[in-house]
Design a binder for this molecule. Sequence first.
Ligand SMILES: Nc1nc2c(c(=O)[nH]1)N[C@H]1C(S)=C(S)[C@@H](COP(=O)(O)O)O[C@H]1N2
Ligand SMILES: [Mo]
Length: 318
Amino acid sequence: MANVIVRPPWHLPDSAVTPESVYHRRRDFLRAMGFIGGGLAVGLPALAQSTNLAKATAFSAGKRNPDFNPTVRLSDEEAATHYNNFYEFSTTKTRVRDLASRFRTDPWTLEVNGLCENPLKLGLNDLLQGFPHEERVYRFRCVVAWSMVVPWSGFPLAQLIAKAKPKAEAKFVAFTAVLRPEEMPGVVRLPDYPWPYTEGLRMDEALHPLTMVATGLYGKPLPKQNGAPVRLVVPWKYGYKSIKSIVRIEFTAKQPSTLWETLNAQEYPFESNVDPQVPHPRWSQASERVVDTGERIPTQYLNGYADLVAKLYPKRKV
Ligand SMILES: Nc1nc2c(c(=O)[nH]1)N[C@H]1C(S)=C(S)[C@@H](COP(=O)(O)O)O[C@H]1N2
Ligand SMILES: [Mo]
């Protein structure tokens, strides 16, 4: 047998999907470290991860909510779980899954605090059992113009916000992902990134019923590469707003900084609504490539959710 690597149809070279400035900086860093040109050894022990029965039994995907069910076909589960953006592990989408295998996602604590009456500390079971779960099929559109359609399980973020009782001064919600360089080789390789990964929403966006806290994908607990055990899903914004592996949700009076906006505010602004009429400075956003079929389809304003969320953005004429 010839040793041929067959690229799945959804493969894209790393250079095509990494913001160019960032890509060059990373190469400079790697060159300085002597990594380019020689063999690359990542000095982390390959720990075997035991399967997590407690989590598997507590998880229930919930019934599919027919109100959120685009008529287009679901993307292949294989593509959605093998082609991932999770820079804490790797900038190469096809490597994230393997590199995330040693990531520990149980136990987990999600802290909810900041400007609120009732700060919370939620463990896995609080998240899985304290909120009624349902399944929703959402379109998902990455800023580099690939897209998929997948069933998430979880609950509206508004339910969690209601439990925390934000104060009137709280105008934004800031999200922070876990940071464990010892389990995350991508963090070590991008030392000039403003870790941890952070994101943010306006309060009205966070409270919108489309905004979801997800703990599952395709009827199963979230795979590590998709942001286990708990992530955000904001389907009308570019994918990077949907932060994975969240450990903190904070209510703030001022707009919080985010990792991507800090890196390049022109290219990755805070709002980041999907909009085919607003090109990215380096590419068009008019169309997108369906991740598993490779088909090119037109991109829709607010990723097809304009009827539900356009009212949040009255200045943009539809
Ligand atoms: N913590 C964290 N969350 C993240 C990212 C990341 O690198 N780190 N990448 C984002 C980007 S750019 C996208 S497109 C989606 C990808 O989600 P998926 O791998 O489940 O498709 O996750 C987002 N959330
Ligand atoms: Mo993305």
